[in-house]
Design a protein around this ligand. Structure first.
Ligand code: NAD
Ligand code: ZN
Ligand code: ZN
Length: 381
């Protein structure tokens, strides 16, 4: 089969690999119909995630058709059209029992902090991902779900990570009626977080980024106010000015480890002296009001980052964060997509044949050609 293969930082290509076999009775093999490239894949692509091994296949956003099932699989059959959440989780450990599917204790033998994720280095279990013609799906009775007939492929693939993560980002903000919500990052996750904030009662939503076509999308897709951080001297001062000098009620970090806007933070992250540049997170800490809430869905690596923790403590902030428990978000999100309140596929800008995925990574990484969200189509190759 054809599969995306990592060859080192900034080097990915498509190679021939064996179709993955069933390794456990509860495995399924899925023929991928559509995948996507996530902002999280860029951290891998840039060589920033520990134990990202040459030869592995990325891709944790994918949908497809069941090609083969192991002997104990009961909930899926060959030919089913399924969507697969990015978390690989057992569904029955202490953490899964409490809905913390991103923190499953059984599926990732390589770390205790994080559960397993498809195609996301050996620190999250070393499973190959879905930027390929076929992918092995472990614990197949637990994660995958049949795609409802009324749901399009493009909406379904957005529901495997990006949309649930934006929605989760807004949920973690504990938004109450009328809140001023500031979203840092106008990538797919930030756009969906901004859109979701309205559904939870926000009174104002302000999106911060420095890429104009993404800020334009924040205005048209998420109906948000926008701020280009390169046009102001001090983000926190701007936020105070626009909130009666109180600060925002809720700030959402949808940027993560590779934030721009601060030279030293950026360089120390590239040199791996810290686990991620917390520029957006520190702006969030400065911009939120005393007693406010910060939600972090942007990804940071181990071990530490220079976060303004003292300021967060002195301001009495609540900080909430995690990898998204995708399947927990599905029932409500299915309703919103079915009713038309959310149209996830509206942010897709590029449809890339698997064979051209290297170009897709380059476009998305460098934010060229107005690229906001690329999907990957194996059969178009
Ligand atoms: N928690 C989860 O489960 C989960 C799931 C998916 C993605 N993520 C993470 O969410 C983050 C965003 O993902 P994405 O797909 O939207 O990525 P993306 O790279 O497309 O978007 C990030 C955006 O942040 C902007 N940005 C950079 N520095 C900034 C700053 N200082 N202030 C404001 N904006 C800034 C960039 O210009 C870009 O538009 C990534 O860190 C990704 O790893 C987390
Ligand atoms: Zn992701
Ligand atoms: Zn578990």
């Amino acid at each position: 089969m054809r599969a995306m293969v990592y060859r080192g930082p900034y080097r990915v290509r498509v190679e021939e690999k064996d179709i993955p076999p069933i390794e456990h009775p509860n495995d399924a093999i899925i023929r991928v119909q559509m995948g996507a490239i996530c902002g999280s894949d860029l951290h891998l692509y840039h060589g920033l995630v520990p134990d990202t091994r040459v030869g592995t296949t990325f891709g944790h956003e994918f949908i497809g058709v069941v090609h083969e099932v192991g002997s104990s699989v009961q909930n899926l059959k060959v030919g089913d059209r399924v969507m697969v959440p990015f978390n690989i989780f057992c569904g029955s450990c202490w953490f899964c029992a409490r809905g913390l599917y991103g923190n499953c204790h059984n599926t990732n033998p390589n770390a205790t902090a994080v559960g397993a994720i498809y195609g996301y280095s050996h620190t999250t279990g070393g499973y190959d991902g879905g930027q390929a013609a076929f992918v092995r799906v472990p614990v197949a009775d637990v994660g995958p779900t049949l795609i409802p007939e009324w749901m399009s492929d493009e909406d379904a693939v957005m529901l495997t990570d990006a949309l649930p993560t934006g929605y989760f980002g807004a949920q973690l903000g504990d938004i109450v009626q009328g809140d001023v919500v500031v979203v840092f990052g106008a990538g797919p996750v930030g756009l969906y977080a901004a859109k979701s904030a309205w559904l939870m009662g926000a009174g104002r939503v302000i999106v911060v980024d420095h890429i104009e076509d993404r800020l334009e999308k924040a205005r048209t897709f998420a109906h948000a106010e926008t701020l280009n951080f390169t046009t102001v001297k001090d983000i926190a001062v701007e936020m105070k000015k626009t909130t009666d000098f109180l600060g925002a009620d809720v700030c959402i970090d949808a940027v993560g480890a590779e934030a721009d806007g601060g030279f030293m933070q950026h360089v120390t992250t590239k040199l791996k002296l810290q686990g991620g540049s917390p520029i957006a997170l520190n702006w969030a800490i400065d911009s939120v009001r005393k007693g406010g809430t910060i939600s972090v869905v942007g990804v940071y690596g181990p071990v530490f980052s220079a976060v303004k923790f003292g300021d967060a403590m002195q301001k009495g902030l609540t900080l909430r964060m995690n990898q998204t428990p995708v399947k927990r978000q599905w029932p409500r999100l299915f309703e919103h997509v079915k009713s038309g309140v959310l149209k996830p596929s509206e942010i897709i800008t590029h449809r890339i044949p698997l064979e051209h995925i290297a170009e897709g990574y380059h476009l998305f990484s460098s934010k060229l050609d107005g690229c906001i969200k690329p999907v990957v189509i194996p059969s178009a190759s």
